[in-house]
Design a protein around this ligand. Structure first.
Ligand code: NAD
Ligand code: UDP
Length: 315
């Protein structure tokens, strides 16, 4: 099918998730414009796309308004790793809130469908487990994670206000911990940290006692869910959880990474960062029933692909 007249804008398209999404949209024949300020992303992630005639890259900070006539907007620009989003927390809030506002204005002006990359962080350190979309969360509004958590919560509120006030066609997804190739070597999230440390036989930095849990989704699965949501009926606005339901402790992850990398690394326990969520696992009943989506890649297969990627990056 010729989709090249369908113009897709991807903010944050040079980042981890955005680059996979860009490649997939181009493969499906869409015209793609990537807006990115390259603060945590890299053009290296888009090397395969740059010669595609349907691809345009624009270096732009979404905190500043921009006018582009497009049909679909995926709003993915925002630092996602705690290390990165805490570096300049005011800028993180501005990116989440003013960035969302600027993209919503664009969607309103051009009648575009717009998706917000929201996050499981809107649930904070959850008191309900697993987390359903109805759970309203347990977020510390003044802690070191608040710039991201509250920024994303405010962005969700803006999306639903633009939908109610201006009938903007919105899609809100809440993404749970996702990993895979194209994560930055300096990203700082747990999967990439452990793999890089293991490949270099350096100590694996476990924060706290390692009993906190996360549920890790492989990037290819997530991208399938994102596209299914974007292509779904207008009535399906979300918010909808996208993630893998297999829950692991950080210490479980250590074991898996060590076995796939054949590493002699030891564990080095470090202090647990403030407000680090104790448990996290999505309830994906809605994604299954409304989108017919569920993850297919288990941790073993996903880690193999990711280890292979980082081994090449470190050569
Ligand atoms: P990433 O850091 O790899 O990508 C973010 C991209 O946004 C980068 O290319 C960066 O340069 C760009 N960016 C940041 N601020 C910008 C600004 N002001 N203007 C323009 N570009 C800017 O992170 P990611 O993991 O790919 O995350 C992408 C999106 O998905 C983020 O919105 C994040 O909050 C959301 N998300 C990701 C996960 C995950 O597990 N990967 C989980 C929940 C939500
Ligand atoms: N973590 C860890 N060692 C690291 C990086 C992270 O033990 O080198 C822990 C972190 O404290 C958290 C979990 O791993 O409990 C997931 O952290 P990440 O930064 O990947 O994402 P989060 O879900 O916290 O946003």
């Amino acid at each position: 099918m010729d989709q090249s007249n369908h113009r897709v804008l991807i903010t944050g398209g040079a980042g981890f998730l955005g680059s996979h999404l860009t490649k997939r949209m181009l493969e499906q024949g869409y015209s793609v414009i990537v807006l990115d300020d390259l603060s945590t992303g890299s053009l290296k992630n888009l090397a395969e796309c740059k010669d595609n005639e349907n691809f345009t890259f624009m270096e732009h900070d979404i905190i500043d308004p921009i006018d582009l006539d497009v049909d679909w907007i995926f709003n993915f620009a925002c630092p996602a790793s705690p290390v990165h989003y805490q570096k300049d927390p005011v800028r993180t809030t501005k990116t989440s809130v003013l960035g969302a506002l600027n993209m919503l204005e664009l969607a309103k002006k051009h009648g575009a469908r717009i998706m917000q990359a929201s996050t499981s962080e809107v649930y904070g350190d959850p008191l309900e487990h697993p987390q359903t979309e109805q759970y309203r969360g347990h977020v510390n509004p003044i802690g070191i994670r608040a710039c991201y958590d509250e920024g994303k919560r405010c962005a969700e509120s803006l999306f639903f206000d633009y939908h109610r006030m201006h009938n903007v066609d919105i899609k809100v997804i809440r993404i749970f911990n996702t990993y895979g190739p194209n994560m930055d070597v300096n990203d700082g999230r747990v999967v990439s940290n452990f793999i890089i440390q293991a490949l270099q036989n350096e100590p694996l930095t476990v924060y706290g006692d390692g009993t906190q849990t996360r549920s890790f989704c492989y990037v290819d699965d997530l991208i399938n869910g994102i596209i299914a949501m974007m292509q779904s009926d207008k009535e399906i606005t979300g918010p909808i959880n996208l993630g893998n339901c297999d829950e692991f402790t950080v210490l479980d992850l250590v074991k898996h990474v060590k076995s796939f990398t054949d590493s002699s690394s030891v564990i080095s326990f470090k202090p647990l960062p403030e407000d680090d969520p104790t448990q996290r696992c999505p309830d994906i009943t809605q994604a299954k029933s409304l989108l017919g989506w569920e993850p297919k890649v288990d941790l073993k297969h996903g880690l193999e692909q990711t280890v292979e990627y980082f081994a090449k990056e470190l050569e």
